[in-house]
Each structure stands twice: as C-alpha cells, then as structure tokens.
Design a protein around this ligand. Structure first.
Ligand SMILES: *[C@@H]1O[C@H](CO)[C@@H](O)[C@H](O)[C@H]1NC(C)=O
Length: 244
C-alpha cells in the first residue's frame, strides 16, 4: 500500500466515528420494487456527479480536479518511477454504465466508463522499459481514453448504536483503457532527439507501459472510490438504503 492509500484508510476510519445528514441527491430504492436494479442504477447515476463535486457534510473532497501529492509506481522490477504533485483531471465525468446490488449475496458492483482521464504532474524515472534504458525527470502527461472501471465489493451488515449499516469489505477494482497516451518532457537530461524517440517508443508500446502504470493508477482510483463508498454508507442506515 502506498503512503497515500494508508493515509486515506486512517482518514476513513476517523470519519466512520461521525454521522451526518443524508444529502437529498442520495436517493434510495425499495426492495419490493420489481425494478429494484434499475432504480439503483438511476440513483447511482444521479449521485455520482454530485459526489464528485465534493460534499463537506460527507467529508468528501472535490474530485475535479484532484491533487495527489505522490503516486509511487510499483513496477515489475527494472524500472523506478515516481509521480509527484499530480493533478488528476476527468474523475468528475465518471459515467455509471451498469450497477448490480445483490441483496442475497451481499455484493454491490459498479461498471463505470470514463472518456478521458489525464494524469498531469512531475515524474522521476530510472531503469529500463522493455529493453531500453530510460532516465529523466520533468513533466508527465498520461492520458487514458475510454477507460472502463469496475468497482465491486462484498459487504457486511453491522450495527452502530442499534442501527444497521452496510460495511463495505475490500473492493475488487479493474481498470482497462482503450488507449493511453504518454508524454514525458525532459527525458535523458533534456536530450531532445533521444527524448522524442523515447516518447514515440512509449506510445508505440503503450500496452507495455500500461502494464507498469495501471496497477498504481488503479490503486489510486480505488482509494478515492472507497473513500466515497465508505462515507456514503456511513450516513445511510441499511433500512433507508434499501427500503422495504
Ligand atoms: C495531455 O495530453 C493529452 C493527449 O495528448 C492532451 O489532449 C492534453 O491537452 C494534455 N494535457 C496537458 C495539461 O498538457
């Protein structure tokens, strides 16, 4: 776990002691509704853009844009890559495509789509990518086009002061993008020709680059989504989240 994720976990644990009013954009569904799943999908679609705007009552920060001090990339071994002073653009445009709330199995799964996520920041890179040596530091731009994000989790029903709530367990998160573009300025101590060649190479081998980068970006998005899920589930008692 990166330090950022640990920090979020501590933050979330701290928040779970507090309770808040339920904002009006969080609408809920009735289990006796024959279109329960459709109702959940619509509620989710209404809620996501509002949640992304941030909400002090739920202690949620603004996601568009989102500043992240550091993303340390855990690569497969021969590469060291750190991103600092990162700004994530595009999280405000998450579209909920599918949702399933399984009351029997106690699982919730969300399939989301994002047209364009940009990761902008400073990078330091050193090592090898595929077979080529790479080194440098400067500005980085990672742009993911048509990302499919899956976020699903099992939950327990817990009691807090005699009231039942849903507690999300460890989520399963996937991120697949149709195409990712990379731009690293100032590679090889600013050697223009080598830098251009390497950027060309990275974009031709974007699938390999994504294999290195995606797990850390997925972890970052997962931590943000988990913060939202936990804070929302914290304020809505189970009997209100799923009405009779
Ligand atoms: C990042 O790269 C994308 C795709 O090449 C481009 O559209 C976008 O303007 C760039 N963003 C910044 C901040 O340079």
């Amino acid at each position: 776990m990166s330090r950022f994720v640990q920090l979020l976990a501590v933050f979330a644990a701290f928040l779970s002691c507090n309770s808040a009013e339920i904002p009006s954009y969080l609408t809920t569904c009735s289990r006796s509704d024959p279109n329960f799943q459709k109702c959940c999908l619509e509620s989710g679609r209404r809620a996501i853009p509002q949640l992304a705007k941030g909400d002090k009552r739920l202690k949620l920060r603004v996601l568009e844009p989102l500043a992240i001090p550091e993303i340390r990339i855990d690569t497969s071994g021969n590469l060291k890559l750190t991103l600092t002073d990162v700004i994530l653009y595009g999280l405000g445009n998450m579209q909920l495509r599918k949702m399933n709330f399984d009351l029997e199995k106690q699982t919730i799964s969300l399939d989301m789509h994002n047209d364009n996520i940009q990761v902008i920041g400073d990078y330091t890179i050193d090592g090898r990518i595929l077979i080529l040596p790479i080194t440098g530091n400067g500005k980085i731009n990672v742009t993911m086009v048509n990302g499919a994000i899956g976020y699903s989790f099992q939950y327990d029903i817990i009691q807090k002061n005699g009231v039942e709530y849903i507690k999300a367990l460890e989520p399963d998160v996937t991120l697949v993008s149709e195409r990712t573009y990379y731009k690293l300025d100032n590679l090889f101590n600013g050697d223009k020709r080598l830098g251009e060649e390497m950027n060309k190479f990275l974009n031709e081998n974007h699938k390999e680059m994504s294999k290195e980068l995606n797990p850390s970006i997925t972890e970052t998005i997962s931590a943000i989504a988990t913060e939202i899920v936990e804070n929302v589930l914290n304020v809505i008692p189970y009997h209100e989240l799923v009405r009779p």
